[in-house]
Write a protein that binds this ligand. Structure first.
Ligand code: CS2
Length: 492
């Protein structure tokens, strides 16, 4: 039996008490939210908070999910009435919930007009985004919109059939304004610094190119709250599908896996109404930035260090990497000594302890290669902001330099056991070429060559010669002795 509306009733009786299923009338939901970038993360995070609001009786907040590229989510969920299971794994017993919040699922390249229709529906009040770092088409080094990005160039030419999230947002806002409607709130839920401010600046930069009056209207009437989103969501495997089917008594082509922990901090400045997400534990605040900065530099910063150093050693998952005492010590001291001093969020030591407990969750099977993707887009906010803050204060950068050396070693494409892996990154060609060209050269040359890539390192870091030689020294040690030995030689 396939998961479906019709199957729900029997699931509820069969697995009573074990699987929470939507008990509200799904047909009564209004399409109040359009979500761009319908991946597993949205389905395990924001959709769960919204599901809570629906169950509490506010039916204005059905979600229209939009896939911006591929049809795979639509192909998996459409035959099952857009229902899917959430499997929360803590290493002991899993808990299961069927989410009913999706009311439509659109594949943008198949029908951009249908996406724009959903965004201009007067009942739509929020357009949320999880489009990953690279979906913003910005230069990660200086934050500017990349007008020469193929999708942006296309959307400026053909505004009525956009490809990029920014193209969709600007076109839909123009249509709403022409129709006399107010703007929707744009809610970025990606791991970028000041994600709302960032999206606002990019949206305005795009709009200014074509329509200054529209740009002014967006600047005055629009709302782009900053958010901090946090929940670890590993890729779903066939073993996960089999386990979920057994528990549910129905097949789900694409259930989502996650951990018990979930956090959402949102600045409470919306252009219109919003769901009472606080009912499910979201924090509505005036300024999300201290939370977001701590999360990016600590959780995501540690994740990237584990991903690159762990992969080079030959580990496959986060729990394996953090299980190695040398790696744990390294990441712990990187956070404590070089990251936390750059942050203003309270209770950082207990936040750190909680992060490590989450990383040790053996049930998640969180692949390091998943985290390792798109380093060129992630490292500026995860590591380099901390590096800059420390350089400015004359504070230590040794461990962050070591992590960077680990990333450069990772770009070599082969781990210490001799296994090859692919580099998934929009700059993969540039990066692997730069590393290959310097593989047998002096480590300082290798580091200098990479630091020339301004879209990652800006123009400032290469001028810090002490920092450059720190990274080079660690790269040489990693190349000669391997990651674990080189880590051991770091002064405490
Ligand atoms: C991870 C994040 O893949 C990655 O880059 O660091 O997806 C991380 O799991 C989430 O941000 C946790 O909230």
């Amino acid at each position: 039996m396939r998961l479906s509306n019709a199957a729900l009733a029997s699931l509820a009786t069969r697995a009573a008490g074990e699987v929470v299923v939507p008990a509200y009338d799904r047909a009564s939901l209004a399409p109040g939210i359009v979500h761009l970038g319908l991946g597993a993360f949205h389905r395990a995070h924001q959709a769960v908070y919204t599901e809570h609001a629906l169950r509490a009786g506010d039916h204005r907040w059905g979600i229209v999910g939009v896939s911006l590229r591929r049809a795979d989510t639509s192909e998996a969920l459409t035959p099952q009435d857009l229902l899917y299971a959430l499997d929360v794994r803590d290493g002991a017993a899993d808990s299961f919930q069927v989410i009913g919040a999706l009311v439509a699922l659109l594949v943008a390249p198949q029908s951009p007009a249908a996406v724009l229709d959903a965004m201009t529906d007067p009942r739509c009040h929020i357009v949320s985004l999880t489009i990953t770092e690279k979906g913003y088409c910005r230069n990660p080094g200086n934050g500017a919109l990349q007008f020469d990005h193929p999708d942006i160039a296309h959307d400026l030419r053909e505004a009525a059939a956009p490809r990029s999230a920014i193209g969709f947002v600007v076109r839909a806002l123009a249509l709403r304004r022409a129709a006399g409607l107010g703007p929707f709130t744009v809610l970025s839920c990606d791991n970028l610094p000041s994600n709302g401010d960032t999206m606002r600046a990019l949206t305005l930069a795009f709009a200014r190119q074509t329509d200054a009056v529209l740009a002014d209207w967006i600047a005055q009437e629009g709302a782009f709250p900053n958010t901090m989103v946090d929940r670890i969501v590993p890729l779903t495997t066939d073993a996960d599908r089999a386990r979920v089917a057994k528990q549910l008594g129905a097949d789900d082509a694409w259930p989502v896996m996650t951990e018990p922990f979930s956090q959402w901090v949102i600045e409470d400045r919306f252009a219109g109404p919003r769901p009472a997400w606080e009912g499910a534990g979201a924090m509505l605040v005036r300024d999300a930035r201290p939370y977001e900065q701590a999360k990016l530099r600590m959780l995501n910063g540690a994740h990237s260090a584990l991903a690159y150093l762990g992969s080079v050693i030959g580990y496959g998952t986060v729990d394996q990497a953090i299980g190695a005492p040398a790696v744990l010590n390294f990441v712990e001291s990187m956070l404590r000594d070089e990251v936390e001093p750059t942050l203003s969020r309270p209770a950082l030591a207990s936040y750190r302890a909680e992060l490590f407990a989450r990383f040790r969750n053996t049930a998640l099977d969180h692949r390091l290669q998943q985290i390792a993707t798109d380093g060129s887009q992630k490292l500026p906010q995860r590591w380099l902001e901390s590096v800059r803050a420390n350089l400015k204060r004359g504070a230590p950068t040794e461990r962050l330099a070591f992590a960077l050396a680990g990333w450069i070693a990772y770009l070599g494409g082969q781990d210490e056991t001799g296994r090859n892996y692919a580099i998934a990154d929009p700059l993969a060609d540039t990066l692997t070429e730069a590393v290959r060209a310097t593989l047998h050269a002096d480590a300082v040359d290798a580091v200098r060559t990479l630091f020339e890539i301004e879209s990652i390192f800006g123009c400032d870091l290469r001028a810090h010669t002490r920092f450059v030689s720190q990274v080079a020294r660690h790269l040489e040690a990693i190349r000669k002795q391997g990651v674990v030995k080189a880590m051991g030689a770091l002064v405490a």
